[in-house]
Design a protein around this ligand. Sequence first.
Ligand code: URP
Ligand code: ZN
Ligand code: ZN
Length: 480
Amino acid sequence: MSLFIRGGTVVNADNSARADVYIEGGLIKAVGLDLIVPSDADIIDAGGQYVMPGGIDPHTHMQLPFMGTVASEDFYTGTAAALAGGTTMIIDFVIPNPQQPLMEAYQIWRGWAEKACADYSFHVAVTWWDDSVHADMAQLVKEEGVNSFKHFMAYKNAIMAEDEVLYNSFSRALDLGAMPTVHAENGEMVFQLQKKLLEMGMTGPEAHPLSRPPAAEAEAANRAIRLAEVIGVPLYLVHVSTQDALDEISKARARGQRVYGEALAGHLLIDDSVYRHPDFEVAAAHVMSPPFRSKEHQAALWQGLQSGNLQTTATDHCCFCADQKAAGKDDFTLIPNGTAGVEDRLTVLWTNGVTTGKLTMEEFVAVTSTNSAKIFNIYPRKGVIRAGADADIVVWDPAASKVISAKTHKQNIDFNIFEGMKVTGLASHTISAGQLRYKNGELMTRPGTGSYIKRSAFQPVFHALGKIADTHKAKPVKRT
Ligand code: URP
Ligand code: ZN
Ligand code: ZN
């Protein structure tokens, strides 16, 4: 099947221009004006609309087993919801239990993801260390197309990686040309504060942000950044939520370190007052880590995107319904951590970023798609409208509007953190691998049409650029 998107303005991260787009065999074949296309091509009229690279959400957790339950959104429902919002690729996480072989966990997640209806890829978490982990990392990079490894510095007594694990894994990532990533929160500090708050009788969700102060995030961010500096490896920090952690990233970048940061749509738009909501269900529905922060931190995150010290946006889409959140009714530390947003990210960022003048359209494309494609080494296959790229495209109607609600969203969760937000700018059509999968409110998906996307290791020059760790050049002193 061939498709012809006619009459729109193509918006890439580096420029915008009136152009038509011709698609065949899952790929973009031509971009320009006065294209000669087959007469039987299906036509999408994009008059008055923008034609942009489909969103890439580099941080989701479909059907994640976590905190005694399993996330309600699976790889089919989650990627379908993503397509409804203009996102055509997710990068999810394989999270082995400590002592579980990485390859075993990876195969399990690959099985779960077979039903995805949009393209997907995996970061693999390193939650423990031994020789088998060392070996499996190589197999994942060289044979399976995994070029990023995740480290949870929080969740003590579960999946937290101690400094020894971080050191070993970052070093191995450097050898393999892979990117270490971190959830930066000091897990010991959080654990002790949780205990203290419970002893004080603070059992409700209002205690959640108190147990995870900005300093816990800043300390871990600095620790991970400094480890990466000494080892000489790049680093990507997921869900940066505070001015404090952003400052650590900005300082490292100013020193010449290759450090990247991700902002979540939720952290940009929701503040911490939600945890003081009188209704437990509402407050618990917002429990995620790091927590939503004060408006000052939100403003700092927007500035991080504007300055380029934060490069990507994501959702950390990890859905738990009210009956699952109820596990923490009497103890906030038992509320499964996670919130949704894979369907809403593009529209809430367009509404609050582009229409307010905080971001240009091109910057919007950069932070929702192109920069993730570059950082995770799938550019220019993804993240750009250009001949030869995958035909993952969103046709964006800047005049369309709606009010976000859990009653009407496609996500498999009974709550929406953006409930009631009026958004202007919506996907009218979403094309995945050259197939029209969403049109004006209607999904045309079926399980299994998404593909696993391998991501190659980075070239050594990428890792060697910037500051080279002193230990790489060291030689013993010859003494007489
Ligand atoms: O609260 C969150 N973020 N849940 C998912 C796991 C994680 O920390 O990313
Ligand atoms: Zn996290
Ligand atoms: Zn996450």
